[in-house]
Structure formats: C-alpha cells, structure tokens
Write a protein that binds this ligand. Structure first.
Ligand code: ADP
Ligand code: MG
Length: 473
C-alpha cells in the first residue's frame, strides 16, 4: 500500500503518494490511537479529494464530523500527513460526497471531456458542402432499415430515382433523434453525387425563417424567392418550426408553388403530421399532405442493435455483442442517444485501454441516463408544453378561460404530476391558481385518454422529448 524506500532501519524516505495512499496512511495511524467505535464515527466516508503544494482538502460526510475533525483531530491529522508530505501546512475539511459519488462523477466527467475534445467544430464543418449545405456523413449506405423506418426509407429511395415526379412533396415525420435528418440528407447527397448539374439545397426551417426575416428587412425578398425557385431539390428540415410565423408561411407557400408546378422536388420533415402543427395555414398543410407522407417510429430491438453495429464498423470500434445488446436493450427511445451511449463506452475504452466490464457499462449508462431527468423542473415542463402548442408560457399559466388553453393546461397538469410528482395543490398554483380537485380531474382525464387515443399518446411522447432535449443545449 505504501510506497516507501527503506534504506536502513532508521531512514524512511517518502516517495510521491496518491491522495488515496496518503489518506490511508493517515487513517492507519489514527486507527491506532482511537477506539474502534470512535474511529468509525469520525473517519468513515472521509477522503482526500485534492491537494496542492501546501494544503490538503478532506471531504467529510456532514457538518458534525467536520467540526470534530477541525477541533479535536486536526493537529494529529496534520502531523500524520506531514510525515509523508512535509510541505503540507494546512488541512481543510469540506462537506462533500462519498467516494462512490466522486468516482462516478469523475468517470462521467472524463468521458464528457473526451467527447468534447473529439467533437471539434472544425471537423463537423468540414463535412458540410458550401453550396448545398448537405453534410456528407449522412448517406443511404449508413442508414439502417427496419420496420420502424421502412416506408420512409423506400419513399426516399424512390425520389432519388424519379426526382420531382413521384412523391412531391415527400413529408417525413417522427420523434426526435429517429433519423429524419439523416434520411433526407441522404436523398440530397445521393442526388448531388449522381447529377452534377442539379441544384440542391438543404435548409433547416429555423434558418430559412431567419433568412426570410432578413430578406424582408433588407428588401431582398424577391431575390430570395428567385434563387429558391431555381432549385431542383429543396429539402426543409423541421418544418414545424414555422408554426405561427405567418409571413414566413406566405413566402414558403409561394416558393413551394413555384417549384411544384415545375415538378421540382420538395422534401420536408417534421416532428408531427401537417394537421397537427398548430397555427399552420390550412393551404400549407394541405399542400404538405398532397404528396407522400411517411413516418419514422421507434426502432425495435433488432434495428437498434443493427444501428449500433453499423456505427461500430463505420467508426472502427470493436465493441462486443454483450455490451451492444445491453445498450440496445436499455436505450429505446432515440437513436441519437444510442450513439451517444456507444461513444461513451468507446471513450472509456480509450481512457482505460480496455473495454468496460458489463458492470462498468451499467455505471456509465446510468450516469448518462439519469442526468437529464434529475434536472427536470416544473418550468421546463411548462415551457415544453407551451412551445408544443405554440402558445406563450403566460397564456398557459395565467388564469384565463379561453377555450384553446384548456387542453394544453390539462396536459401540463398531467405531466407535472407524472414526471416530477408535484402535489395537486402545487400544480394548481402553477397553473393559474386552480383548485386541487380541478387538477385531479384533469390528470385523470388525460391518463384515461392516453391509453385509448393514439394521437394523444404521440403528443405526450413529443412533449416529453422536448423536455428531455432541452438539456442537451
Ligand atoms: P432526427 O432528425 O429525426 O432528429 P437524426 O437524423 O439527426 O434524427 O438522427 C440522429 C442520429 O441517429 C444521427 O447520428 C443518425 O445518423 C442516427 N440514426 C438515426 N436513424 C438511423 C438509422 N436508421 N441508421 C443509422 N443511423 C441512424
Ligand atoms: Mg433532425
């Protein structure tokens, strides 16, 4: 345990010790001078968490222990520490975490840092084409097909063969992180590589909106429309974003019509069906429904496993089936998360030079999965509900009797109850000072409906995804 150099029977020269080794040495001495009960009371769950040139920081489980160590044992502890590291002048005690907590944190921290290191923005930018804005990493070759995305995949493939003529527009919808962006970028990339002369543009609706606003401000909206109308393929990602933005909708409607009459291909994605996008003009939603609508659902186990295997071979990772199976079993709702979990395992392997044991995998994933939920707050939920129904937080939470707020409010109540177990009276307070019996009634109503109504079930999933995703930023 101790690294000491014994030269003869008197001289002991200390050589550098880790914090753990140093604290063990101190505890060894303390133990000799105290009764068993005393020793356990004051030194259980203590450890050195850091040390600099002249101070040592000791973590203790509570204020009571802190006081005792400071007042009764400090001299003895310092004396003992200085035997091994004579330069230390001071010991500080802080109320901290247990060793297990710290180790878990360390691991998560190291892995997170490593992930960040690897995700240097320049790398990502390099893959993006300047003209089409497509990211080359998204291809059909790396897209795994299963029953959850079969139709969307087939339709996407079909339009690369018949561009503009068959399914126009192609509208792909589904929850967050299920492969919509990947798939539509694959369409763009395939067409770009097969036809050098086709004009292609990929744009997230959020960016398009910003461009439109800017063009209106600088009075260049005609130029903008003009350049869009020359495209052979226009891919707009996350079109639900234009909800409630009337001017943007106007412009998009007009661009859409221009392209459509010329049989130019439009591809759109959304997190929900056109009809379910709030405050989307009827003329636009019926245009969006006029071609082909395909959904992407949650991938089943086999697809999740196949995706993991494909990512492994893409990135040259060697991770065994047991670990992949464990990830695929435990992460079910989101492909992006699946990939994130895999990256963590690989980061671990690089740091420790070995693949984690299944026990360690569990640890890594636990930390991963528990982080977002720990941070869920009533505010996050209310914000997600308001955003989803395209209303202001104020409208949702204020005491108003408008008909269109009734439903979102009931959903908010239900989620506050289900997700963070807020008490009924508290929920009432957060939503315009409603009586707790109103809250109970609302929660019951939504709960019942969730089990019978598929659209509501989907809505709730989408809102929860928003709650979850707001932690990524
Ligand atoms: P969305 O746009 O639906 O939110 P993305 O297309 O961004 O989701 O997908 C999230 C991540 O998951 C991406 O890295 C993507 O490559 C990966 N992914 C999703 N579905 C698949 C699939 N079927 N095969 C391979 N990778 C997938
Ligand atoms: Mg996307």
């Amino acid at each position: 345990m101790l690294r000491v150099l014994i030269l003869d029977h008197q001289t002991i020269i200390p050589i550098p010790m880790t914090n753990d080794e140093l604290w063990k040495a101190v505890l060894g001495e303390m133990e000799l001078s105290l009764s068993r009960a005393n020793f356990t009371t004051w030194f259980k769950n203590t450890l050195i968490i850091s040390r600099d040139q002249n101070a040592v920081m000791v973590s203790v489980p509570n204020g009571f222990v802190k006081e005792w160590l400071e007042n009764k044992f400090n001299k003895q502890i310092l004396y003992s520490i200085r035997k091994w590291t004579p330069e230390i002048r001071e010991v500080k005690y802080i109320i901290g975490q247990t060793k297990a907590d710290l180790m878990k944190q360390d691991l998560t921290k190291i892995i997170l840092e490593k992930e960040l290191e690897e995700k240097t923005p320049t790398d990502a930018d390099q893959d993006i084409d300047r003209v089409t804005h497509l990211n080359k990493k998204y291809s059909f070759e790396t897209f795994v097909v299963g029953s959850s995305n079969e139709l969307a995949h087939a339709a996407s493939m079909a339009i690369t063969k018949t561009i503009g003529k068959l399914y126009n527009p192609l509208f792909i919808y589904g929850g967050v992180g299920l492969g919509k962006t990947h798939l539509i970028q694959a369409v763009g990339n395939k067409l770009a590589s097969e036809y050098k002369d086709k004009r292609i543009l990929y744009i997230p609706a959020e960016k398009l909106t910003a461009n439109i606003v800017e063009a209106i401000r600088t009075k260049t909206i005609e130029d903008l429309k003009n350049s869009y109308s020359k495209l052979d393929l226009l891919v707009i990602d996350d079109i639900q974003f234009i909800a409630g933005k009337e001017k943007t909708q106007d412009i998009i409607f007009s661009i859409f019509n221009e392209l459509h009459v010329k049989n130019k291909q439009v591809v759109l994605t959304s997190d929900r069906l056109p009809k379910a996008i709030p405050a989307l003009e009827e003329r636009l939603s019926s245009r969006f429904e006029g071609g082909m609508i395909a959904d992407i659902g949650l991938p089943e186990f086999e697809t999740r496993l196949a995706i993991l295997k494909s990512k492994c071979s893409e990135k040259g990772y060697a991770v065994n089936d047991e670990i992949l199976g464990y990830i695929a079993t435990n992460i079910q709702k989101n492909v992006r998360e699946l990939e994130g979990a895999l990256n963590r395992i690989v980061a671990f392997a690089q740091i420790y030079n070995k693949l984690p044991e299944l026990k360690e995998v569990k640890n890594i994933l636990n930390a991963y999965l528990s982080v977002p939920y720990r941070k869920t707050s009533p505010q996050t939920i209310l914000k997600a509900v308001a955003d989803f129904y395209n209303m202001s937080l104020n409208d949702l939470t204020k005491r108003s009797r408008k008909k269109e707020v009734v439903r979102p409010r009931q959903v908010a109540m239900y989620l506050l109850r289900e997700e963070i177990k807020l008490s009924f009276p508290d929920i009432g307070l957060k939503l315009g000072g409603r009586d707790h019996s109103t809250v109970i009634h609302a929660c019951e109503k939504i709960r019942k409906e969730e089990s019978t109504s598929e659209p509501l079930k989907q809505e709730l999933i989408l809102i929860k995804e928003r709650v979850y995703n707001s932690f990524e930023k």
